[in-house]
Design a protein. Structure first.
Length: 251
């Protein structure tokens, strides 16, 4: 499939409501610039990001943090739409900062950037509630698109990061023939089927075509899956699907 992107449709920061995998939409990203907080311990990189993102009329850099603790503090005070978060920083790393932001139930989404090929950071960040994970060498236009996507309530993971992650943990994933985890028992057969397709990276439109139903129906099923499993977004649904053995790499 083309560049892999997990997306969750129909959510937005504005008018937020702290429900599992849901936000109430009262204002779209198109109504105002997307407010971005930069969190990186290297000033030169922050300057580069500011130059790239500042050139976009619909993106507004509202602050900069030099470590994870400062990122959490500024996220609480400034309430940006998106925190562009480095994974390794002093005082508090990107995973810890993401956990703190999510635990505080802030209407803020986190997009992780990293130069490190350490898959445990990917798992930790996604479990913590990050809405995206990209390499720092991502093309500028892809970074801009990812920020807009995350701000719209969706989620993205770079294709190479996903592939490496799944390859790394393939041997430790549960036997798909084993009994399904208790949490998956709450899903209907159709919801499980939709979860499998989500984990394989299909969009709602593609799943609708695959299952011969409307896209609206698929959106409803995805919402039910997230709510029943207590998940923030489709990225976490993908992680759970693989960790539970419901889907396996190449499956």
């Amino acid at each position: 499939m083309p560049g892999w992107a997990v997306t969750a449709d129909g959510t937005s920061r504005a008018g937020w409501e702290a429900k599992a995998g849901e936000c109430t939409v009262t204002q779209t990203a198109g109504d105002r610039p997307v407010r971005v907080l930069l969190a990186d311990d290297q000033p030169l990189l922050r300057t580069g990001f500011r130059m790239v993102l500042g050139a976009e009329p619909d993106l507004d850099i509202v602050g900069e943090a030099g470590d994870g603790a400062e990122a959490v503090e500024l996220a609480r005070r400034l309430l940006p739409d998106v925190v562009l978060m480095d994974i390794r920083m002093p005082r508090l790393d990107g995973v810890g900062a993401t956990k703190a932001i999510v635990a505080a139930r802030l209407p803020v989404r986190v997009l992780i950037l990293t130069t490190f090929d350490l898959d445990e950071y990917v798992v930790g960040a996604l479990r913590a509630g990050a809405s995206g994970f990209l390499a720092k060498d991502v093309p500028a236009e892809d970074l801009v698109t990812a920020i807009r996507t995350v701000a719209a309530g969706e989620a993205v993971v770079a294709p190479r990061i996903l592939k490496r992650l799944l390859d790394r943990f393939a041997d430790s994933l549960p036997d798909p023939n084993a009994t399904a985890p208790r949490e998956l028992e709450t899903l209907t057969d159709r919801e499980r089927e939709v979860l499998v397709q989500v984990a394989r990276g299909l969009s709602n439109a593609e799943i609708a075509q695959e299952l011969s139903v409307s896209e609206t129906t698929i959106k409803t099923h995805v919402g039910h899956v997230l709510t029943k499993l207590g998940l923030r977004d489709r990225v976490q649904a993908v992680v759970l699907a693989y960790e539970s053995g419901l889907v396996r790499p190449g499956g």
